[in-house]
Design a protein around this ligand. Sequence first.
Ligand code: GAF
Length: 385
Amino acid sequence: MTDVAARATAGFTRQYGEPPAGRWAAPGRANLIGEHTDYNDGFVLPFALSLRTVAAAAPLPGETWTVWSELSGETVTFGATEVAEPGRVTGWAAYVAGVVWALRDAGHRVPGARLAIASDVPLGSGLSSSAALESAVLAALVELGRLDLPTERQPRLAQRAENGYVGAPTGIMDQSAAIRCRAGHALFLDCRDESVEHIPFDLDGAGLAVLVVDSHAPHRHADGEYAARRRSCETAAELLGVPALRDLTVDGLDAALSRLPDDETRRRVRHVVTEDQRVLDTVALLRAGKVREIGPLLTASHASMRDDFEITVPEIDTAVEAALAAGAHGARMTGGGFGGCVLALVDADRADAVARAVSTAYAARGFPAPGHVTVLPAGGATRLD
Ligand code: GAF
């Protein structure tokens, strides 16, 4: 298939009869560690993928937005009425309308535009295709309209599009990764104050690779279960009298857990508090150049998601177990859960063998064949020309 930017340009030219004024790209992401910590004001450590979504765009006079998507083959047009209130545009175009809505709601004069979207980020794989779409569209509109919205404030706005317009109660991680990541680095983000540190993540230098396995498991009840996890965490923070679970520490964990009413809530809290600590420990190792040594933290994160947060599924657990048995230094599910992808830290020359071992384990359990790809940390949203 041709390059994603070329496909966006060709789509634009075919749909609108003229070339775009520019092309803006935003990546999907894998989260190295720190799952379901973002909406608890905690820490995350994602990195951007070289898989990207590209928005080719040109300004239009007035308040009309027309968007074509390669994936659906549809063109959707909406105007001021549809972006006056959340929910009026639905389906994939809601992510685009949501960005326009959130910008206008924040007081920006959003230029009308024509857009064409092409993407290499797989949908529904937990690699954050929605944040890539929002972030590419946002970058295009900010530049076309010369809007006063510095990069570090863009993730919050893209998140608002998703929370307020699309109606998904997600945290700030995915949009931050899509917008703020740097090539060769993981993004250490404090989700409370949105401060970031770019942590060198030199896989090549360490002779390592990150293998991403797409479980191809159907997302089971992902939306409802995600919202339920978020509610449990917020209720627990309220019961414990802290602004967010981030305010608990591993040292004070047992005392905090003893004040909670039921075992399920205790397990949810234990996941979040220990996961925050695992992010800090991972960052400390990476700062010291100890890349291989983060493996056990990744695997511990997976166990916590499986046993305490209960967001994994059999296909995902099978992939993690098979990768570890085949010699991965660590492996964990990445993303919101209930399907999606696993990442495994492997010796570069073992990546194929580990991928084969996962496929064999899948076949033995009768699961449809998984996908796999090795990835390197890439950069965040950018204008292409
Ligand atoms: C999804 C959400 F969009 C993120 O905000 C984050 O909560 C993640 O699940 C879990 O870590 O990707």
